[in-house]
Design a protein around this ligand. Structure first.
Ligand code: SAH
Ligand code: SF4
Ligand code: F3S
Length: 439
């Protein structure tokens, strides 16, 4: 069997795409290898959300040059968001690269690789045909479903055009997958031992809107709740403007829907939100947070924030800090604004100096660290239902699992706990995890 090595950068959607790629290549007699030196085919699934993410691709490709020199038969291919963005330019910039394939062409990979191999040619394909079978269920490979958790893509692309964001440009327009396909995929997963599913899309709240007669996202959750064996459902990401009352009502009512929502706010300043094209205000956002907590008091809420968007003043940033202090998030992912090619914001005036961005980021992160820790400390002494996912990162003698609110818990226990949900008493809180013992 031939060996393929896959490296993945970027978000959960890219992770999922890489799993799909592995599955497709498996049906063409390629076996996934962790050892890059043993590979006949190296694929890099790339991210271009910020400049730093994009740079990772170039430095990895630089390091692969040696392998190509010592093994001329080796094929190196780049897919994902940098591939879509750069296309042929990537082939020009990286002479030892054989193949560039766009975000909507992963089903054509075996053919493209065969073509490169047969013709010894270099190829770049980045067209974005609608109707590409990306969304269709994949041929089943016996024994492929493994693990406790599985991600399921429910839609691709994005129509929101937030001013800073490259995703609509590199992932194309929003398309939902038929709910019947999603339901049957999740049923198969659950029947094969998967206990938790993560539904993926750039904006799951608008699921079904572009497909005639399709059910809403909230209704999809109601259908999924009936699947036997499926203990936990999570989803990401939600755009605040599309968070409906119907969806807010699902929390606390659907037994297997976990008490956690990731609701990216990006900024607390209405002036900046308008420039970002976000279509909500801090007031409507905060109102939704109140409604979510009223319907489900224990709900964990996390968010994304960008600091230093063009034109962001001290006063705008202070409004963001004020919003964060008001909400008291369980956790925050915060980023310095990064200028992305061809996005509307790429030629906005008044860029914020790099040092100022760093200062704001540090202030925000220092504050959030305290909030996260104190939320974790408040859990000390409580008993949590933990779904065991694997062994702890620090010591393989401990199990690692998550609470329904998505907090990581490490604890010692017997050897047969994988995939089980067990009660764990929380003993010690850290910023990134909790330590406990079996009840
Ligand atoms: N679809 C998701 C976000 C995907 S990108 C959503 O709408 O929430 C993940 C996060 O990266 C975004 O929420 C944003 O905070 C950040 N991000 C996106 N573009 C960025 C840029 N140009 N500079 C800095 N951060 C960015
Ligand atoms: Fe980017 Fe906005 Fe779409 Fe999220 S909703 S992927 S931030 S354009
Ligand atoms: Fe990155 Fe593309 Fe995801 S830009 S964040 S890998 S959609």
């Amino acid at each position: 069997m031939r060996q393929v090595h896959i490296t993945t950068f970027g978000c959960q959607m890219n992770e999922k795409d890489s799993q799909t790629i592995a599955r497709i290549m498996a049906s063409y007699d390629y076996q996934v290898t962790e050892k890059v030196e043993q590979a006949d085919l190296i694929l890099v699934n790339t991210c271009s959300i910020r400049q730093k993410a994009e740079e990772k691709t170039y430095s990895l490709l630089g390091r692969l040059k040696q392998l190509k020199n010592s093994n001329p038969g080796l094929i190196i291919g780049v897919g994902g968001c940098v591939a879509q963005q750069e296309g042929k330019r990537l082939l020009e910039r990286v002479p030892h690269l054989d193949l560039v394939f766009g975000t909507r062409l992963i089903h054509q990979l075996p053919d493209l690789i065969e073509k490169v191999r047969r013709e010894r040619s270099r190829l770049s394909r980045t067209e974005m045909d609608p109707g590409e079978p990306y969304l269709n269920p994949l041929p089943a490979v016996p024994g492929f479903f493994q693990g406790v958790k599985a991600s399921v893509t429910i839609m691709q692309g994005c129509n929101n055009y937030c001013a800073y964001c490259v995703v609509p440009l590199v992932r194309g327009p929003e398309e939902s997958r038929p709910s019947q396909d999603i339901l049957s995929e999740v049923k198969t997963l659950a029947a094969n031992g998967v206990r938790e599913t993560l539904l993926l899309g750039q904006n799951v709240n608008s699921f079904g809107q572009n497909r005639m007669g399709e059910i809403s996202f909230a209704l999809l959750l109601h259908r999924l709740k009936k699947i036997p064996g499926l203990e936990r459902i999570r989803f990401t990401t939600s755009h605040p403007k599309d968070l409906s009352a119907e969806l807010i009502n699902c929390f606390g009512r659907i037994a297997n829907l976990c008490e956690h929502i990731h609701l990216p706010v990006q900024s607390g300043s209405n002036r900046i939100l308008r420039k970002m094209n976000r279509y909500y205000t801090r007031e409507t956002y905060l109102e939704k947070i109140v409604q979510l907590r009223e319907g489900c008091p224990g709900l964990a809420i996390t968010s994304d924030v960008i600091v230093g968007f063009p034109g962001e003043t001290d006063a705008d940033f202070e409004e963001t800090m004020d919003l964060i202090r008001t909400v008291q998030y369980d956790d925050l992912f915060s980023f310095k604004y990064s200028n992305r090619p061809k996005t509307p914001a790429s030629n906005f005036p008044d860029p914020v100096p790099e040092e100022e961005k760093s200062r704001r980021l540090n202030e925000l992160q220092a504050y959030q660290k305290k909030v996260t820790l104190s939320k974790h400390q408040a859990m000390e002494g409580t008993v949590q239902q933990v779904l065991v996912e694997g062994t702890s990162k620090k010591t393989t003698q401990d199990w690692m699992g998550r609470t329904r609110t998505n907090k990581i818990v490490n604890f010692p226990g017997p050897s047969d706990l994988l995939g089980k949900t067990v009660p764990v008493r929380i003993e010690k809180a850290y910023v990134h995890s909790l330590k406990g013992s079996l009840e």
